[in-house]
Design a protein around this ligand. Structure first.
Ligand SMILES: C[S@@+](CC[C@H](N)C(=O)[O-])C[C@H]1O[C@@H](n2cnc3c(N)ncnc32)[C@H](O)[C@@H]1O
Length: 253
C-alpha cells in the first residue's frame, strides 16, 4: 500500500523483499556475479502516477514548494524511481532485498551494482534537504499536550483496538503544527486545526508555543464505513465503534 511505502527506505528495521525477474529471458545468466555486491541500484517506474507539476510540496520541513527536479517526488515528468537497495542474496531469478520504497507490483526497468568506489561522494552538498534535516535535528519548538477527552480516546483506541498513533502525532505537531497539505494539517474555522493520521484525525489548537490536542476523530464518514462495497477502509470496525461512543458533530448518526 502507498500509505505504508517509505519516502526513502528506512534501514533501521530489518525487512526483506523479493524481486523476481521474468522467466525465459536469460536473466539467470544476467544476474551472474551480482551476489558479491551488498547493494544495488534499482531503476523503476512510478507506474501509479500519471501527472506531475513543476513545483511540489515535500513531506518534511516547512510548507515550501520546491522545483520537482530538486526533490525525489514520485510525480515527475518521466516517472522514473531510483533506489540504492541492500542486496541480501540471489537465488535463480530471485533477488532478496532489504528495505525498499517501491510499492508491491512496481515494474523495475534495470538493476546495476552499487559501487562504493564510484558512487560515494562524501564532500557532496545536500542543498535544501540538508538544511531541513539540520533544522529537524534541533529540539522541537512546540510543547504538545492532550486534553482529558483526547487522552481518554487515545487510551480507548490503544486498549480496545491496539491502535496507537499518539507518539507520531506528538512528534509531528511538536516540530511544526502549521497548515501543510502533505502533512495533512488544515484549518477548521478561525482557531482550530485538524491533522490526518491514517484512518484518524486529531483536532488541535495552537497558543504561543503550546499545542493542545482537543479530541480525536474517525476520519471516514459513517456512510462509507457502512458501505459493504468499500472493503478496504482501514480500522473500519474501530471507527464505527468510536463513532458510537463519541458521535461526531461532523457526521451525525
Ligand atoms: C519519495 S519516492 C522516492 C523513490 C526513490 N527512492 C527515488 O528517489 O526515486 C518513494 C515513494 O514513492 C511511492 N511509490 C512507490 N512505488 C510507487 C509506484 N510504483 N507508483 C507510484 N508511487 C510509488 C511511495 O509512496 C513511496 O513512499
Amino acid at each position: 500500500m502507498k500509505f505504508q511505502a517509505r519516502h526513502q527506505p528506512l534501514e533501521l528495521e530489518p525487512e526483506q523483499h523479493i524481486l523476481e525477474l521474468l522467466p525465459e529471458s536469460g536473466y539467470e545468466q544476467a544476474l551472474q556475479d551480482l551476489a558479491g555486491f551488498s547493494r544495488i541500484w534499482l531503476v523503476w517506474w512510478f507506474h501509479r502516477n500519471k501527472t506531475w507539476r513543476p513545483l511540489v510540496l515535500p513531506p518534511r520541513g516547512p510548507a515550501q514548494r520546491r522545483g520537482v527536479f530538486a526533490t525525489r517526488s514520485p510525480h515527475r515528468p518521466n516517472p522514473i524511481g531510483l533506489t540504492p537497495v541492500q542486496l541480501i542474496g540471489v537465488t535463480g531469478r530471485k533477488l532478496i532485498l532489504g528495505a525498499c520504497d517501491l510499492v508491491d507490483g512496481t515494474p523495475v526497468f534495470d538493476i546495476k551494482p552499487y559501487i562504493p568506489a564510484f558512487d560515494i561522494f562524501p564532500e557532496a552538498v545536500g542543498g535544501w534537504v540538508e538544511e531541513v534535516e539540520n533544522s529537524l535535528s534541533a529540539p522541537p519548538k512546540f510543547a504538545v499536550c492532550l486534553s482529558v477527552l483526547a487522552q481518554t480516546q487515545a487510551e480507548w483506541l490503544r486498549t480496545q483496538w491496539n491502535i496507537d498513533f499518539t507518539q507520531r502525532l506528538i512528534e509531528i505537531l511538536a516540530r511544526d503544527p502549521s497548515p501543510h497539505r502533505t502533512r495533512r494539517i488544515r484549518r477548521r474555522g478561525d482557531v482550530q486545526r485538524v491533522i490526518g493520521c491514517g484512518a484518524w484525525r486529531a483536532l488541535f489548537v495552537v497558543e504561543g508555543e503550546t499545542v493542545t490536542v482537543l479530541a480525536l476523530e474517525a476520519a471516514y464518514p459513517r456512510r462509507f464505513l457502512n458501505d459493504p462495497k468499500l472493503e478496504d477502509i482501514p480500522d473500519c470496525e474501530a471507527q464505527l465503534a468510536f463513532l458510537s461512543r463519541w458521535p461526531s458533530a461532523w457526521d451525525p448518526a
